[in-house]
Design a binder for this molecule. Sequence first.
Ligand code: IMP
Ligand code: MG
Length: 182
Amino acid sequence: MKFTTQEDFDAKIKSVLITEEEIKNAIGRAGEYINNLYDGRPILIVSILKGAFVFMADVLRAVTVPCEIDFMVAKSYYSGTVSSGMVQITMDLTHDVGDYHVVILEDIVDTGRTLHDVVGLLKERHPLSLHVITLLDKPERRVVDYTPDLSLFVIPDRFVIGYGLDYGEYFRNLPYIAECEG
Ligand code: IMP
Ligand code: MG
């Protein structure tokens, strides 16, 4: 899918679900959560690409404890809005998590498959501790039993875009979270 006109692109943005201001406040909560949990201990903040890269960039600047960052690519949606039901790790971490307290930042928990699998995989590598913070959580859609340590926004079963989240690789650039049309 390609958008070739501004009108077609704009028409996919149905309504704003979470404003920039609300996101900003939530980032503060995520930062506080991390700062209270660790106290000069070695922490590694991991984000799952691509969706969580905007979230990671903001949370990182709300963190005051010494930290390193790393990335992982896990895909469960290949295109469009329907889950394929498969999680693929296509790019792994460069750090040895055995040396770190790990905080995973995720954009959204939907069926729960991605985090269920990623957490399982990282636990096998014996991190000092492991916590998961998600920006968005759609509990109604869960097909595997998985609950993040912190969900900043619990949302209804709607396909959402913006602030890193995409529809067919578009809309990651929106500074707010919107519901996607159709
Ligand atoms: P899960 O494995 O089904 O929990 O899916 C998690 C991944 O699916 C997220 O990291 C997103 O990349 C994608 N996803 C799920 N729901 C949405 C949505 O509403 N908008 C955009 N991406 C979504
Ligand atoms: Mg994602």
